[in-house]
Design a protein around this ligand. Structure first.
Ligand SMILES: Nc1ncnc2c1ncn2[C@@H]1O[C@H](COP(=O)(O)OP(=O)(O)OP(=O)(O)O)[C@@H](O)[C@H]1O
Ligand SMILES: [Mg+2]
Length: 401
């Protein structure tokens, strides 16, 4: 049985649809100077900095400004990608997520969502399970405040991310689980939002490789680095030395350019391979993704591109009522890629994996996230998502021919 273990960002996304950016309670909380912790329209601020700026506990400050009943969904690149992979792989893989939560209602919501997504707490029987270490602090969350009337009715959003309990989650917590490093595939998702894991990622990846696992890293926007040194290149690993232990790096365009310091996706993919990654895939929303594979588990593949799925676009155009939002496209893309890899691992030896082929279920999973609000789709029965994606995968393969 193929085992997939993953760690990194797992949080609750809350969307407040009717926030009013013009009321004094809101405008008083707007940033006055870069980096002061105040809100920025169209921007993200850390709740920890925001709390200092308003000099009040986060949840009460949020209540003063957030408008409308929130909708919410499980989010975070690590957990969302693993949920997708577990749903489409079914009993062909055993999937485990390792993360943290606080002792609050949000943490209960995370566990409820995981259970609806088919994950059981460690110790119970099921094809997918999770360990959520209770760490001091609130459960990680992103609050998205949306004012539909802003910009003459075009609407705008502002984002607040709370790292909370994830700020305490460390290598020791992974070690204490006893089995994190015993897996066929080990993934690190959005670790920029789990700071201790992110800063120690080189050592974690080194250990995963030493134990023979296939390693994958999917990035998230690194606000912490961006705030600390605006406009500067980000690092992966405290000494920017993680690349040699990564079989597959997945990033969106912004993340890839900021992490590599290169001006284009093609150059960034080349840079990651030069630095030692086995392969890299760089997505760019509705524009074609870039991929390249060098040494390692994949057959070498010169840099190439793949378009997004036209079938998904057609379906969205024909059924506007089916449109959700684009949250989690990248996370589901990564999940589809994991699933594609695992399907190949069942029949191909490492060294001969076909990266372009593995991207196909990724592209369709990424596009399919446009049908849900937030990143996670909740199945009515096991295998439902796989069935729903199958015709789009067939159609996409035809589009490529
Ligand atoms: N509007 C869309 N229509 C069809 N496919 C899409 C669309 N948006 C995204 N995708 C698919 O999802 C993949 C990943 O999307 P994107 O590059 O936006 O990731 P991201 O920036 O990491 O997103 P997020 O952080 O919101 O999860 C794309 O390569 C594409 O295949
Ligand atoms: Mg992303």
């Amino acid at each position: 049985m193929i085992t997939i273990h993953g760690t990194g960002c797992c949080l609750m996304d809350f969307l407040y649809p009717k926030t009013d950016f013009s009321v004094p309670a809101f405008t008083a909380k707007l940033s006055r100077q870069a980096g002061d912790g105040g809100l920025g329209i169209g921007k993200l601020v850390f709740a920890e900095d925001f709390e200092r700026f308003v000099n009040a506990p986060y949840e009460s400050a949020l209540r003063e400004i957030a408008g409308g009943a929130p909708s919410y969904n499980l989010g975070g690149p690590a957990v969302v990608s693993l949920v997708h992979a577990a749903q489409v792989l079914g009993d062909r893989a055993a999937v485990s997520f390792y993360g943290s939560r606080g002792a609050d209602k949000t943490g209960d919501l995370v566990e409820e969502a995981l259970s609806r997504a088919g994950f059981v707490p460690r110790g119970q029987a099921g094809p997918a399970d999770y360990i959520l270490k209770r760490c001091p602090g609130l459960t990680p969350r992103t609050d998205v405040l949306s004012d539909p009337n802003y910009h003459d009715g075009h609407g705008e959003r502002t984002f607040i991310n709370l790292i909370g309990a994830a700020g305490r989650f460390s290598r020791a917590d992974l070690d204490s689980t006893g089995d994190f490093f015993d897996a066929s595939v080990i993934t690190f998702g959005g670790t920029a939002l789990t700071p201790l894991i992110h800063d120690g990622i080189t050592e974690l990846l080194r250990r995963a490789k030493k134990r023979g696992a296939l390693t994958m890293v999917n990035l998230v926007y690194d606000y912490r680095s961006e705030l600390a040194a605006p406009g500067k290149k980000w690092k992966l690993g405290a000494r920017d030395d993680a690349y040699g232990f990564i079989d597959l790096l997945v990033a969106d365009r912004d993340e890839a350019l900021k992490t590599s310091g290169c001006p284009s996706e093609g150059e960034a993919a080349g840079w990651f391979l030069d630095k030692g990654c086995g392969a890299a895939v760089i997505t760019s929303g509705t524009r074609p993704l870039h991929f390249a594979a060098g040494k390692g588990i994949f057959s070498p593949l010169s840099p190439g591109i793949l378009p997004v799925s036209k079938g998904i676009d057609r379906e969205l155009a024909a059924h506007p009522e089916r449109r959700g939002d684009t949250t989690g496209c990248g996370d589901n893309f990564a999940g589809g890629l994991i699933a594609g890899l695992v399907e190949q691992l069942a029949r191909t030896v490492p060294g001969k994996l076909d990266l372009r082929e593995a991207c196909i279920p990724g592209v369709v999973a990424g596009g399919y996230a446009c049908f849900t609000l937030g990143g996670v789709f909740y199945e009515k029965h096991p295998g439902e998502k796989r069935e729903l994606l199958a015709p789009f995968i067939e159609e996409y393969k035809k589009e490529l021919r």
